[in-house]
Design a protein around this ligand. Structure first.
Ligand code: URA
Length: 241
């Protein structure tokens, strides 16, 4: 991330940027702060530690990401609407709740978002899948869209936008902007790691969108990577480096 207008060393620049991001989070209204759901369950934290380790193979990284997505699906769907259906138990007839699974859309931000899809769909097999293709311009770190596909009837649907890394927040902001243009019933954002800068940017642009994350890391480096982070999620999922 550039710091061209600021005078100082790279370290001073990073410190100032982090202080800026933290002060933005501190300045958030209690409502905005309550929109950040930090999932601290020991199983989630344990698996995340295994993923962060640079020695983890692509196979285990992918497997762990799938398992984490399943566990995080539990939190992100906590308030999902249900409806009663009549069933016969071996003993009697009863009205019992079922989730409105077809109303849910997992919108994956390519390409790393796809690494969480399998796990999410194992928990909510009836959910639909949307896809947003964005790449980060390496100079500006801004998101540029190259693909967008959502299911029909978005007005009836609840969308969970999925990207393992909330770094600068530019991709998340751009993806959510496009998805909101389809007028879904609600939008949530699910990631594995969030940088304070990304949270601040996303909250500023979309204060109505709750963020679900397994960790809030220290800061971004000058290339927009999360520190301490886990490296390039896409490369680690797909073994491309
Ligand atoms: N995307 C990644 O894959 N990793 C980061 O640290 C930041 C963005």
């Amino acid at each position: 991330m550039g710091c061209a207008k600021r005078v100082g060393t790279a370290a001073q620049c990073r410190r100032a940027r982090r202080a800026g991001a933290l002060s933005k989070i501190a300045a958030m209204s209690p409502t905005a702060r309550s929109q950040v759901h930090h999932i601290t369950h020991p199983l989630v934290q344990h698996k995340l530690t295994l993923m962060r380790n640079k020695e983890a193979s692509s196979t285990s990284f992918r497997t762990l990401l799938g398992e984490l997505a399943m566990l995080m699906a539990y939190e992100v769907t906590r308030d999902m609407p249900t409806h009663l259906v009549q069933i016969e138990t071996p003993l009697e007839t009863m009205q019992s709740p079922m989730i409105d699974g077809k109303k849910l859309v997992f919108a994956s931000i390519l390409r790393a978002g796809n690494g969480m899809l399998d796990g999410l769909l194992r928990v909510v097999p009836n959910a639909r899948v949307g896809t947003v293709g964005l790449y980060r311009d390496p100079k500006t770190l801004q998101a540029v869209e190259y693909y967008f596909k959502m299911p029909a009837d978005m007005a009836e649907r609840d969308v969970v936008v999925v990207d393992p890394m909330l770094a600068t927040g530019h991709s998340a902001v751009a993806a959510i902007e496009r998805i909101k243009a389809c007028s879904p019933r609600s939008v949530k954002f699910l990631c594995l790691l969030a940088a304070p800068e990304g949270i601040a940017t996303l909250q500023a642009a979309h204060p109505d969108v709750p963020i679900y994350t397994a960790a809030i890391d220290r800061q971004l480096n000058d290339h927009g990577y999360i520190l301490p982070g886990l490296g390039d999620a896409g490369d680690r999922i797909f073994g491309t480096k």
